[in-house]
Design a protein around this ligand. Sequence first.
Ligand code: NDP
Length: 496
Amino acid sequence: MAPKTTVDKAIPPAKEEAHGYEFGGRIGATLISFGLPIGCYAFAFLCNDVSGCPAPSLLSPRKLFTPSILSTQSGWQHALGTLKHEVGWPGFTGLINTEAVLGTLGWYGLSLLLYVLLPAQEVEGVKLRTGGRLKYRFNAFTSAMTILAVCAAGTWALGPRFQVWTFINRNYLQLLTCNILIAYFLATYSYLRSFSVKAGNRDNRELAAGGHSGNIIYDWYIGRELNPRVTIPYLNTEVDIKAFMELRPGMLGWVMLDLAFMAKQYKSYGYITDSILMVAISQSIYVLDALYMESAILTTMDLTQDGFGFMLAFGDLAWVPFIYSLQARYLSVHPIILGPTYVLAILAVQLVGYYIFRASNNEKNRFRTNPDDPALAHLQYIETSTGSKLLTSGWWGQARHINYLGDWIMSWAYCLPTLLAGYKITPSIMIPGTRLVTTDGMVGAAVPITYFYLLYFAILLVHRQGRDEEKCRRKYGKDWDEYCKKVPYKIIPGVY
Ligand code: NDP
């Protein structure tokens, strides 16, 4: 049951190419490692179900923080108090609680248990610099389907009162904290453990090419060991920490958050809108597709190039589930009915994006795993001096990262259902004890929040394209330059 390693032949590790700093070096690594977790909290507080999205005072901060108010201590306290009230600040101790800690540990434990118990496909990874290959155990899709089936049954029986959904909505902030803490823990554990890696050892443990600069914070952030693994006591199962975290707790966690937000909308309003349904369905298709194609991660940059550090740990466990689900969270408080025309238009965007994304990724995966596949016979390629081939026609002849274009087009379908976002919450005069969610004076004010993903993802993909380009230039040298001449566009054919 335990993934083992194979050693093709005892070749010495390849001489390492010079590898510069990425992400702004140690300063960038520090800012990202401590700034992005704060960013996650900022989104949670700024767009809330206490006062509005964004919190109304933030639309006119000059009114709240006038020089006369700020010149006195009581003025300061009043302004800060108003802001804390509007964002629902629970105090520092309120950012975590026992229920959330137990729930999070239970979530990771369940994921691990299903990883061990469910039937799995055992697949060999790409060849390592030590000459061997690691074995991976893949059953993320069946694992997800098992969990979702239980949740479907629970929802069928109890509706929005199903305990999983109420638990998530009750502890959203505290769950965020738990996942951030787990990311810090895993990054630190993997960093410290990386010092037991011996050069060229036969366990196929190796350091990531760009992850051992000697700068502690940078190496901790970017990931020092390429494939840290642990053996789970009593279960006698080896787990590849990076592959496990990449597709299991966080990716499915994203879908679970979306579903919990749908339950919240239903509980508050008694119906589910087409907008939140669109968001949840599009995002679930994206996640389930990634889980179904689990073995495709073996050739991604995350697995072949990056070590496991805070960057991946935080991205996988906190950023993806909590930031990528912002639109569903918004719609859970402010329901929007799109109507069939708009739904069909957004669906068309999603389908176009998905087609480009899936077809291009499949073409490359097939070409890399089975280049003699007759379905690929019509494609042209160049032969590089490394023995590896690069496609120059088909999808990969259109742009050097055409798959990123498809992914980015899909991100529009996640954001568009929120329209010109913005709402505020006021007590109802008509029915005491109830609240009104209105768009008065707020139309468009939350666009930077609900469309954040679109902008962030564009930046991520452009940056990632540059990183991958660097890697390919190091690997293929002049052959890569020849490829770039044949395929001049980076992501968008004819434009960029
Ligand atoms: P890619 O799947 O784009 O793979 C890049 C690698 O493909 C290169 O390093 C090279 O590896 C190989 N390659 C490049 N050009 C060619 C060619 N012409 N012919 C054959 N092989 C080629 O890597 P990523 O890991 O960046 O992306 C995987 C998917 O994950 C993408 O669809 C991306 O959109 C998605 N993604 C999503 C994120 C999210 O947050 N939602 C975040 C990051 C990625 P080699 O030659 O060494 O085999």
